[in-house]
Design a protein around this ligand. Structure first.
Ligand SMILES: [Zn+2]
Length: 646
């Protein structure tokens, strides 16, 4: 749709005014006042939402996420899909959660409350109340805004999946009526699923939180005002531009620390806020160090951290189910009161959840439909950061004889798994939670680590920077990532991504067989001349020539070019290449040396190869040898994992 000249004038004026210095397209503005009632584990809120129709078609109904209704009863889609448990935590049958919109109206206009109804766009489950719609009396035209006033009351569940309470600890995420994303002529507003996270539009949040004075509060954004109220409560105001969600936390047992983080190149200056439960104060230095590492790594490798604050929340001991979750400029980490230094869980979780601030927060990926763009890219970034700061060999666990790197851990979670789902699929459509997480986290991360080994570190760095720079404060798709990778590398990479993203199958090449046989040399009458094999009579004994045969097989559906190293007795090496297309390839050489062993992918480029133990074979197996032993252990571990169904 063409825009009117009047709109152009308005747009030019808007662009020239200082208020237009925002980093994102401002689709939403939320002004919310919310009050926490800790005794009843409930909140009451009033929300003024301004929403811009940024598309070129009019919109006559609005859709909202009412996520706390996922916890309303055992018939919600979330409860049906999850069976009432999440990451090992079970729901509490006494403490359900819910949200009621008590009034929704156009500011100074029509009351829309009678038109409010629940819809279930994903599964038509009539009991699911996590998405609602209202009908507008007249459509919102392109580039026009509508302002709504929404009143709501919510009950918080006992936390077992991200949000809720445990005693006096409150982690309050996905708590307010949040408008969906109007995209391509329809609402992108999915229900709350067991194996999915979130998606929303960018804008500004201005939230006033009221709670009893004894509570220490943390929230998305910067605190801009504070006042004490006569009723023993206080009200804190938080503001943040260029984000698409807002979360907050409250607990009397938080100890708050603040430190500045500054970098010269690239320029970063932000305030780190730590809210650490007093039972976990011995983890403080580990939290501070790893958040500094996260800020430095992501700023240097992708782009400078753009916000004025970053808040780390350490959940109460009973609220660990709230841990390991990301929100804009705020995330929850986790620890225990005893955590050995070599078990780097607080470090890994801190770097991972902070990192989401980039791949879910700043780059606004759609986690419902393409979760790997967040979890996969972030697991890749996390593994790189962990290796940089804690060494490549034992970045995750370095505890006595147990040494595990982050990358090894990701590999182990993928290699023994079934071949059911591809990386790219709607989050709620995976076979189960295990298949969802191994694909969108570990397999997607290994895909990127593999691409990095194939293209080289420098090119990969360029790809990641290009992708981030191009898509920060916007909503990319997988195709946009592939395009950024092709543009930055100057290579056609569709053959790689088509297989990696869309195939549930694996990459697995193996040395199929080896043979080495003595060849009968020419002897007898040839064209009337007697030919005697050289050396047959004379010093040194008879000459021997071997026919050495190596057969490489493709066991998986993925096709990639392969290098093959053939080693002869005495150490002579031969390198061969293969396009990897057929089901097998035979390499034959003749010479005076017997074949010793063969290895595919000797440079270890194809990190995502499902089985390293079949990548090499020796003609005469030699007992022992550290390499073979290591391969055996890996193979044993794979069998174990496949039995466990991980
Ligand atoms: Zn994550």
């Amino acid at each position: 749709m063409r825009k009117s000249p009047l709109f152009l004038v308005a747009a030019v004026i808007a662009l020239m005014s200082p208020a237009r210095a925002s980093l994102s397209r401002q689709i939403v503005r939320y002004d919310i006042q919310v009050r926490l009632a800790p005794e009843t584990k409930s909140i009451q809120g009033r929300e003024v939402l301004s929403w811009l129709n940024d598309a070129d078609v009019p919109v006559s109904e609005l859709r909202f996420h009412l996520y706390l209704n996922a916890f309303k009863n055992n018939r919600s889609t979330f409860m049906k899909e999850s069976g009432g448990s999440h990451r090992g935590f079970k729901r509490d049958e006494e403490n359900w959660g819910s949200i009621d919109v008590t009034r929704i109206q156009i500011k100074d206009g029509a009351d829309l409350t009678p038109t409010l109804e629940f819809v279930q766009p994903d599964d038509r489950n009539p009991d699911d109340q996590t998405v609602a719609r209202v009908v507008l009396p007249s459509a919102v035209k392109p580039q026009e805004s509508v302002v709504l006033v929404i009143e709501f009351a919510a009950k918080l569940p006992r936390v077992f999946a991200r949000s809720g309470f445990s005693g006096d600890f409150f982690m309050i995420g996905q708590w307010f009526p949040k408008i969906g994303v109007w995209s391509k002529g329809q609402w992108n507003c999915h229900q709350y699923h067991a194996h999915s996270e979130f998606f929303a539009d960018f804008g500004t949040f201005n939230v006033e939180i009221t709670a009893p004075e004894r509570f220490v509060i943390g929230a998305t954004g910067r605190r801009t005002a504070e006042r004490k109220n006569p009723d023993g409560t206080r009200t804190l105001t938080y503001v943040q531009e260029d984000v698409h969600d807002f979360a907050w936390t409250a607990c009397p047992d938080f100890v708050e620390y603040r430190e500045r983080f500054a970098l010269a190149d690239p320029a970063v200056d932000t305030e780190m806020i730590f809210l650490i439960h007093r039972a976990h104060l011995n983890s403080k230095d580990r939290y501070v160090r790893s958040l500094r590492q996260g800020l430095e790594f992501y700023s240097r490798h992708y782009g400078p951290y753009p916000y004025g604050t970053i808040t780390l929340v350490d959940p109460a001991p009973g609220g660990t189910a709230a841990g390991g979750m990301e929100y804009p400029t705020l995330f929850t980490s986790m620890t225990t009161s005893y955590m050995p230094a070599g078990v780097r869980m607080p470090e890994m979780v801190t770097i991972h959840e902070f990192g989401h601030g980039y791949w879910y927060g700043i780059v606004g990926s759609n986690e419902f439909e393409e979760a790997w763009l967040d979890e996969g890219i972030n697991s890749y970034s996390e593994a790189k950061a962990m290796a940089q700061y804690y060494g490549p060999q034992a970045s995750l666990i370095d505890y006595g004889p147990l040494r595990v790197s982050d990358i090894q851990y990701q590999r182990l979670s993928v290699i023994g798994s079934g071949r059911f789902d591809p990386i790219l699929r709607n989050s709620w459509e995976y076979l189960n939670g295990g298949s969802y997480s191994l694909n969108v986290y570990s397999k997607a991360s290994l895909m990127l680590l593999t691409l990095e080994r194939y293209l080289g570190q420098e090119t990969m760095d360029k790809i990641m920077k290009t992708y981030y720079e191009r898509w920060k404060f916007r909503h990319p798709t997988s195709a946009d990532f592939v395009q950024a990778a092709e543009d930055a590398s100057g290579q056609d990479l569709k053959w790689f991504f088509d297989q990696a993203l869309n195939s549930p199958d694996k990459l697995d090449y193996a040395v199929g067989s080896l043979a080495s046989e003595e060849v009968d040399l020419a002897a007898g009458l040839f064209n009337g001349k007697l030919v005697t094999p050289p050396g047959a009579k004379g010093k040194g004994g008879p000459a021997v020539v071997y026919r050495n045969e190596v057969v490489i097989v493709r066991k998986g559906e993925w096709i990639v070019p392969q290098d093959i190293l053939i080693v002869l007795e005495g150490g002579q090496t031969i390198r061969e290449t293969w396009d990897g297309r057929d089901r097998y390839k035979r390499f034959v050489t003749f010479g005076p040396r017997r074949l010793d062993y063969a290895q595919i992918d000797p440079d270890n480029r194809w990190l995502i190869d499902a089985d390293f133990s079949n990548n090499s074979m020796r003609l005469k197996p030699r007992p022992g040898g550290p390499r073979k032993l290591a391969l055996k252990v890996t193979a044993w571990f794979q069998t174990l994992l496949s039995l466990a169904g991980i």
